[in-house]
Design a binder for this molecule. Structure first.
Ligand code: PMP
Length: 366
């Protein structure tokens, strides 16, 4: 069984993980890295002046750009972390197989680390997730199994159900299990949160984080509660998901949504909602609008859930004053969505954009 999420606030770790930035400051810019695995983390923080201004925010709006990770997302951090913890614990041995149920980015993070270290990797992913993710996974040598998007998490056909069946069938295979693995929130507690505090020189008032497994919001949120208790931690959950609190925020009659990587129909073990001060619900249309705006106006080549975080920021950070700071996490990159929200035709087909706008753009491109 994988290491369970028994990690609690204040608990000491025996050996600090090597990605802890405090031990290797500026390692990317000042040294030759042995492999792509060492290039994970230490991502840039970029000011979003245009969006802050056009939305009438008084505070400074800052983006933690996780799409600069070598595999293209925030989940590279947990890919490395979970594999290296499993190696350290003696669970994972040369020639073993890693299986993981994922919305894709954790699969890419694991497949990248597995490619470098020489493990076989099988990724089990709902149909909803983009083909772009499939191509990246295949290029990294991973095997892919697709499952029905509508399957309930606890059914045999879901990505989780299928992954656990495969584990039974394949010898020397392991599910590191991002939904329960302590390394998921710890990667963000040890690294992402420390980077944010350092990049902001400790001057920070709000952080806004979309939740999937909840590893990112839990790890960063817990570090803030311990080191910077005045920082307000905002969790973002898409309409149609049930992660937000209070319960009344979650409309369970809403159908599936298009934004990938956030929201669930169960509460993952790693998600500690006690570190979240406020939840914000968001819809697909605003998410894609702001993702396209981040790309078009700020030059940030991000994915759909990055737009989700900004959609929450323009609502929640309104109360912040001049001189205050709000950080949003941009989890992944445009690459995963070239034929989805990045495409005008897809936006029109899904009712997120008027066709006239798309026609105008076509004229310009032609
Ligand atoms: N955005 C995207 C695109 C993701 O793939 C994920 C991971 N599922 C998240 C946000 C949320 O991250 P977490 O699992 O740490 O909550």
């Amino acid at each position: 069984t994988p290491p369970q999420c028994t990690w609690k606030a204040g608990a000491k770790q025996e050996t600090p993980h090597r990605c802890i930035p405090v031990y290797q400051p500026d390692r990317k810019s000042t040294s030759i890295l042995p492999t792509a695995v060492e290039a994970v983390g230490d991502t840039p923080m970029i000011r979003l002046d245009k969006i802050a201004k056009s939305e009438g925010l008084e505070c400074e709006l800052l983006a933690k750009c996780e799409y600069f990770n070598p595999g293209g997302s925030v989940k590279d951090r947990i890919g490395v972390r979970m594999i290296e913890e499993a190696e350290k614990d003696g669970l994972l041995k040369p020639g073993d197989t890693i299986i993981e149920p994922t919305s894709g980015n954790t699969g890419i993070g694991l497949a990248l680390t597995a490619a470098v270290k020489g493990y076989r990797c099988i990724v089990v992913m709902p149909e909803k997730m983009s083909n772009e993710k499939v191509y990246v996974l295949k290029a990294l040598g991973a095997e892919i199994v697709r499952t029905p998007t509508t399957a309930a998490y606890n059914s045999a056909e879901s990505h989780i159900g299928v992954a656990w069946r495969l584990k039974k069938e394949i010898p020397n295979s392991h599910i590191l299990d991002q939904y329960r693995h302590r390394g998921n929130p710890l990667a963000h507690y040890d690294c992402t949160a420390e980077e944010i505090i350092r990049q902001c020189n400790g001057q920070l008032d709000m952080v806004i984080i979309g939740a999937g497994t909840g590893g990112t919001v839990t790890g960063i949120g817990r570090k803030m509660k311990e080191k910077m208790p005045n920082v307000e931690v905002i969790g973002v959950d898409p309409i149609g998901s049930i992660l937000a609190e209070p319960e009344e925020l979650n409309d369970t009659t809403a159908s599936t949504y298009q934004v990938e990587g956030i929201g669930y129909d169960f509460i993952p073990t790693v998600l500690d909602r006690s570190v979240v001060d406020k939840w914000c619900k968001t819809g697909d249309e605003e998410s894609f609008k702001y993702a396209r705006q981040l790309i078009r106006e700020e030059g940030l080549l991000c994915g759909g859930s990055s737009g989700t975080a900004v959609a929450a920021a323009v609502k929640v950070a309104k109360k912040l004053k001049k001189g205050q700071r709000c950080v949003v996490i941009l989890p992944d990159s445009i690459r995963n969505y070239m034929t989805k929200f990045v495409s005008d035709d897809w936006m029109v087909d899904h009712g997120f954009m008027e066709s006239a706008v798309a026609e105008e753009d076509k004229w310009w491109w032609n």
